[in-house]
Design a protein around this ligand. Structure first.
Ligand code: IPM
Ligand code: MG
Length: 362
């Protein structure tokens, strides 16, 4: 049965990395009977320039109908002075919220061949395989009230609200426990229960959910600041980390950097079983290297692999694609971000071609 993939290249390096993912999609359509129909739309600054808003309703409607969405990146200095609600990032937030994509899966995986790319010692990061499950549609990103208020006395007041309900905490907790069952069976739940009521509730609700349904999984609570420190001190103590939207944003960047290769890391944002998943690289739009053919397309290609696994029911093709990526890394194929001093970097397009070659050879 034909499935639909909505492609949103976005800003900065988005279009060039997406072109390489599309090579993989075309190849799988032709060689593996994937039968994936591609639709394309604008998001972020591109959409703002074309429609005056970072995600047009029509594009959103198209996303809603797709089986999966693959996004590049949004944002850039060009839109720095655009009003807050129209900024490129708002388009992405609107998409996450409208499709209720509450669980953001961010793996931080150290590839054996790239162990030296990390700024941490190889013995600390070798074999590292952490999965951060970030709550994505609640917390301070969306809480009301919010805004900047003029106090009239030359002062202004900026307000955001951190807020979570039990059902929001439990549904993302469930995702983390279920995933931990398929991995090493360990979950760290991170908040600031020592200073925030929403954190106290988070801890109590996760504890209750665990006692009700997941006692076979090992649960540990950790303050988010301690988690940030422990990620650097002894990252291999972690398997699944579940945390809120803001802490998840920060901790997932930190975990990504442990791997030394932000350009390698994919993500999936999942909602209800019948909602399309949103797949995107963890890295941003990298405006400084946009258009130069230097960007690493592997995070986007691996995001497509997650789409094959979680939305398109083709785990077999995901395995094949991940093996191909592993192989080219073992062969020493590198874009600039992971080349280090010992390899000659190749271009974005050459990296895409190398993946296709490895797929053909498999
Ligand atoms: C991320 C990004 C986004 C976020 C931005 C682009 C809105 O940093 O996906 O981590 O803060 O969630
Ligand atoms: Mg972020």
């Amino acid at each position: 049965m034909t499935k639909t993939l909505m492609i949103l290249p976005g800003d900065g390096i988005g279009p060039e990395i997406m072109a390489e993912a599309e090579k993989v999609i075309f190849w799988m359509n032709e060689q593996c009977g994937l039968d994936l129909e591609i639709q394309r739309g604008l998001i972020g600054g591109q959409a703002y320039d074309a429609y005056g808003q970072p995600l047009a309703d029509e594009t959103l409607a198209q996303c809603r109908k797709a089986d999966a969405i693959l996004m590049g990146a949004v944002g850039g200095p060009k839109w720095d002075n655009v009003e807050y609600t129209l900024r490129p990032e708002s388009g992405l937030l609107k998409l996450r919220k409208a499709l209720d994509l509450f669980a953001n899966l961010r793996p931080a995986l150290v590839f054996d061949a790239l162990v030296d790319a990390s700024t941490l010692k190889p013995e600390i990061v070798r074999g590292l395989d952490i999965l951060i499950v970030r709550e994505l549609t609640g917390g301070v990103y969306f809480g009301q009230p919010r805004g900047i208020e003029d106090l009239g006395n030359g002062e202004r007041r900026g307000v955001n609200t951190q807020v979570y309900t039990t059902s929001e905490i439990r549904r993302v907790g469930r995702v983390a426990f279920e995933l931990a069952r398929k991995r090493s069976g360990k979950v760290h739940s991170c908040e600031k229960a020592n200073v925030m009521e929403s954190g106290k509730l988070w801890r109590e609700d996760i504890t209750a959910l665990h006692a009700e349904a997941y006692t076979d999984v090992q649960l540990e609570h950790m303050y988010a600041d301690n988690c940030a420190m422990q990620l650097l001190r002894n990252p291999s103590q972690f398997d699944v980390i579940v945390t809120d939207n803001l802490f998840g944003d920060i901790l997932s960047d930190e975990a990504a950097m442990l791997t030394g290769s932000l350009g390698m890391l994919p993500s999936a944002s999942l909602g209800a079983p019948d909602a399309p998943g949103l797949y995107e690289p963890v890295h941003g739009s990298a405006p400084d290297i946009a258009g130069l053919g230097k960007a690493n397309p592997l995070a986007t290609i691996l995001s497509f692999s997650m789409a094959l696994r979680y939305s398109l029911e083709r785990g077999d093709l995901a395995d094949m694609l991940e093996k191909a990526v592993q192989k080219i890394l073992n062969d020493g194929t590198r874009t600039a971000d992971i080349a280090g001093d010992t390899h000659t970097p190749i271009s974005t397009a050459q990296m895409g071609d190398a993946v296709i070659e490895a797929l053909c050879a498999a």
